[in-house]
Design a protein around this ligand. Structure first.
Ligand code: GAP
Length: 561
């Protein structure tokens, strides 16, 4: 069985080999945090975006009272007046405290509290330990295979398998046992889990099991904001913590000074808020209604990692749904549940997908409720999409900063109010990565000589498969290529199709399995006799004969397109 790390490496290698994802500007050594999508990757992303747009803008699920809901689309500029970012709080608050190692020059967040179950112990000892190290030496905890970290509300955290070389550090000062307990319960989803402190060492008790815990700041389990902290990578001296803004600045026009300073948007949401009045005034929508947008966002992430999961340039699919404050809880539940269901319906299996409601102490200052749709990637369980009740925070901020009235007048009730906003905010790249990870599978298939060989296959949901049908001539003679091309031309009018005549037919099947193509059609000697072709199913590998004229209809019907 492949380890999770092996699995991730295989997925990354397949994605490169088959033209899904390439490192950006690879011929110059790449650039950290940026990725390019090749022919299959761009088709996958486009399919995800089209499915999302169809399912939330054109045909959203019926509202809580079973009535159709109103949704419209928007496409805002990436660069906006910087005042937008002042009002939204991004310029002031979208910053992480960072330290830099003076030796190895690595940058690290200094404030992120992490927690790790570093191992199981037979029982919680009565003994008091002065240091974690002393506790480890005395207890020699059995390493668990599911070590993980728990961060505070901001940003995703990643699982990390824990082995004997796990770095260990002193427990963080200033973190109460209650805070640790809340984090632990949140992470392991058990209300009973209890943190027990024995001097500097911390333990957890859950259902009779005892775990040895590690707490620290930042992903490397160390407390980087303490004066005597050293770099966890090389032991070097660290700089003072300083604020690091995640906004990517640029300059507009000829001058390069503060007057020309602008920013690449870090989220698409603010463009929606800035246009909320334009949409209301021009499109006859009435509260409740939603505005949806898909577009690029940029963040100068300090630690881009886990492949495309955390990039510096990525695409978001965001909805801002405007409703009466009294109805906000109902709409929050509507969007939270329907967005979660969307991922389930598209094949993310229940044991890898979960909906995690944020605890009160985890909520951003503007949100009264929030839930994350999380997926168990091979590198850990992390956020795919967040759904938040953002109250009237954003519209109020923009009303105050711009001086424009953001109130809504309900001509039925004669009430004037600032709507509350429910925001489902997902990432296209993270969705693509989750669907890619979920689709990846290995099984066995016979080669040309009937010998079983390992096969790699992407079992994409039919909506997302970049190519729906591939058409081959068995050999390049006897009129087979001409007939196959004719079928291909007829198919591509209706579904995304691919024509291939190079190499042994078995190898052509393998290539399409790796691309996730649900059906392969082969024109052979019998085609000229009775007008039938073979059609092979990617998942079962079963072949049947159908009339060549029926191929497109067969594929559409089977894939329910
Ligand atoms: N408007 C709210 C907002 O932007 P967020 O949680 O910061 O919230 C929303 O981002 C979604 O955007 C995330 O759930 C994730 O899917 C995607 N996302 C955020 N940062 C990302 C990054 N650095 N790389 C890839 N996707 C990212």
């Amino acid at each position: 069985m492949a380890t999770e790390q092996d699995l991730m490496e295989r997925i990354v290698s397949l994605a490169k080999r088959r033209g899904f994802i390439f490192p950006s500007s690879e011929i110059y050594g790449g650039i950290n945090g940026f990725w390019d999508y090749g022919p299959l990757g761009v088709a996958l992303k486009r399919n995800i975006k089209e499915a999302w747009w169809h399912d939330v803008v054109r045909c959203p699920p019926p509202g809580p009272d079973a009535a159709p809901i109103e949704m419209v689309g928007l496409d805002c500029s990436i660069i906006m007046n910087p005042k937008v970012w002042e009002a939204s709080g991004h310029l002031g608050g979208f910053a992480d405290p960072m330290v830099t190692c003076k030796d190895c020059k690595r940058h690290m967040r200094s404030d992120q509290l992490s927690m790790c179950i570093i191992g199981e112990v037979p029982r919680i000892p009565d003994q008091v330990f002065d240091t974690q190290m002393q506790a480890i030496e005395a207890l020699n905890p059995e390493p668990t295979s599911e070590g993980f970290m728990v961060g505070p509300a901001r940003g995703p955290t990643f699982g990390q398998s824990v082995g004997s070389d796990t770095p260990t550090f002193l427990v963080a000062d200033g973190v109460s046992v209650e805070e640790m307990q809340a984090g632990l319960r949140r992470r392991i989803g058990s209300k009973r889990a209890k943190v027990v402190s024995r001097g500097a060492a911390r333990f957890a008790e859950d259902g009779g099991k005892c775990y040895f815990l590690e707490f620290g700041y930042n992903a490397d389990w160390t407390r980087l904001n303490s004066p005597d902290a050293r770099c966890p990578h090389c032991g070097g001296e660290l700089t003072e913590p300083r604020s690091f803004n995640l906004m990517l600045p640029t300059n507009i026009g000829a001058m390069e000074d503060s007057s020309s300073r602008a920013y690449l948007r870090p989220e698409t949401a603010q463009g929606i808020f800035a246009n909320y009045m334009n949409v209301l005034d021009t499109s006859r929508v009435k509260v409740p209604f939603g505005i949806a947008q898909i577009g690029k966002a940029f963040r100068n992430e300090i630690n881009p990692r886990n492949y495309t999961f955390r990039s510096r340039e990525f695409e978001q699919m965001e909805i801002e749904f405007f409703c009466h404050p009294n109805d906000a809880d109902t709409w929050y539940e509507y969007w939270r549940d329907s967005r979660f269901q969307w991922y389930v319906d598209h094949g993310l299996k229940s044991d890898k997908l979960r909906l995690r409601n944020h605890e009160q102490d985890e909520l951003a200052h503007y949100a009264v409720s929030c839930a994350d749709v999380e997926y168990a990637f091979p590198f850990g369980t992390s956020e795919l999409e967040g759904v938040a009740n953002r109250t009237d925070f954003d519209l109020k901020q923009h009303q105050e900063a711009s001086g424009r009235d953001m109130t809504y007048f309900d001509d039925q009730t004669k009430e004037r109010f600032i709507p509350y906003v429910i925001e489902p905010s997902g990432g296209v790249d993270r969705a693509a990565l989750a669907f890619l990870c979920e689709a990846y599978d290995e099984d066995e298939a016979p080669d040309e000589k009937g010998k079983m060989q390992r096969r790699t296959v992407l079992r994409f949901h039919p909506r997302f498969a970049p190519v729906k049908v591939a058409v081959f001539p068995l050999v390049r003679k006897d009129g087979m290529p001409e007939k196959a091309r004719e079928i291909y031309m007829a198919c591509r009018e209706q579904v995304s199709a691919f024509y291939d005549e190079k190499g042994a037919v078995g190898r052509r099947y393998r290539r399409q399995d790796e691309a996730g193509t649900p059906f392969c059609v082969t024109v052979d000697g019998q085609t000229a006799e009775d007008g039938t072709v073979t059609i092979r199913d990617r998942d079962t590998m079963v072949q049947e004969r159908i009339p060549s004229d029926d191929v497109a209809a067969y594929v559409r019907e089977r894939l329910r397109l």
